[in-house]
Design a protein around this ligand. Structure first.
Ligand code: PHE
Length: 369
């Protein structure tokens, strides 16, 4: 005995009415479960197909499947309509109050030393230099010996070096806090194939302390190793750098003969300054009244003994090197007068001299106002 065929038309009318009145996604989902879920009414009808004779199935199958498709479609279009309504309601209720004052948030700033390091990296990157680094705890071979500063040389004492106790070094090495960034020259020449173009900014240490010296300070080393490098390249590079850094074209450089064990010949580099509104500024005519020269860095052609110590052939490879105090560059450019303030961590000083994180200059753009 077969059941009376269910009234599909009635079922469809009932379900469509339920879909129609569903006012939320949740309500619609309840209707979907009621109709098409595992125990749903349409699902139950579909299951009856299995118990029918082939003829019955042929007649009933398309009707029941058709009903299922119609209901699924009605649910889907209702869902789209509800979502559109909900979005509209949200847009209408949410608004942006343009009159609210911005929230005060404490803001950090970039320390002038970091700023100047970033500026150096940017300016030298434009000239094809990479940034190299080395350890602050060095051994005396990298810091002195390989740089042609022999055991007995007064420079080792002159530097007022912070030495570690003897036990600190492996294999009998004497360890120290690097007294300059020049050991990075050695490490770079030993680890990289020439041609080499690097700058190496970083911390350096000497036992010194007054208004212009702190036990920890910052230097930047420059090194170029290639074939046929001359002092002309050195001078052009420094001139280009100094003009970009101080953002003035009227800066003159003076190379003064000097002595460093690791460069030969060596030159100390002075920049011309002039007086403007009672203040010394880098640039202008150093020979004018109140003008003059200020030493900013040491430089020279890399001594062939240094090139040899790094395992390179000095008849094939030469180059120049320079070393410069970063803190002093910052003071000259941004007008601070006491070096010690750099390392006091005084928030007011940082608020005054600190930089926005986006204030990085390039050769062409400058630092901006
Ligand atoms: N290392 C030297 C110093 O600390 C500076 C320097 C570097 C000079 C490279 C010449 C070449 O004073």
């Amino acid at each position: 005995m077969t059941e009376d065929p269910p009234d599909l038309g009635q079922l469809k009318t009932d379900l469509c009415a339920a879909i129609d009145v569903a006012a939320s996604i949740d309500a619609l989902e309840a209707v979907r479960v009621h109709a098409l879920g595992k125990q749903g009414e349409v699902t139950r009808l579909l299951k009856t197909l299995g118990g029918m004779t082939p003829e019955e199935r042929k007649a009933e199958g398309p009707k029941i499947n058709g009903l299922r498709a119609d209901i699924a479609e009605a649910i889907e279009s209702k869902k789209v309509a509800i979502e559109a309504d909900e979005l509209e309601a949200r847009l209408a209720s949410e608004s942006l109050d343009m009159s609210l004052p911005p929230r005060e948030t404490p803001r950090g700033s970039v320390h002038p030393v970091s700023q100047v390091m970033d500026e150096l990296a940017e300016i030298f990157a434009d000239l094809g230099f990479a940034v190299a680094t080395g350890p602050e705890i060095e051994d005396d071979w990298h810091n002195f010996t390989a740089l042609n500063i022999p055991e007995s040389h007064p420079a080792r004492a002159e530097h007022d070096t912070f030495y570690f106790p003897e036990e600190a070094g492996e294999d009998g090495k004497t360890m120290l806090l690097r007294t300059h960034t020049s050991p990075v020259q050695i490490r770079t020449m030993m680890n990289e194939e020439p041609p080499i173009r690097i700058i190496a900014p970083g911390r350096t240490y000497r036992s010194d302390s007054d208004a212009t010296h702190t036990p920890m300070f910052h230097q930047v080393e420059g090194l170029v190793i290639d074939r046929d490098i001359t002092m002309g390249h050195l001078k052009w590079t420094l001139e280009t750098f100094v003009k970009a850094f101080f953002e003035r074209d009227d800066i003159v450089l003076r190379l003064r003969p000097s002595y460093f064990p690791f460069t030969e010949p060596s030159a100390e580099v002075d920049v011309g300054y002039s007086l403007k509104d009672g203040k010394r500024i880098i640039g202008g005519d150093p020979n004018a009244e109140e003008g003059g020269w200020m030493e900013i860095l040491g430089s020279g052609m890399v001594n062939r003994r240094v090139i040899e110590a790094c395992g390179l052939d000095p008849d094939e490879w030469q180059g120049f090197a320079f070393g410069c105090g970063i803190d002093r560059l910052a003071m000259l450019k941004y007008g601070m007068d006491d070096l010690r303030a750099f390392f006091d961590g005084d928030q007011r000083w940082l608020d005054h001299y600190g930089f926005s994180a986006l204030d990085v200059p390039t050769l062409s753009a400058g630092v901006g106002a």
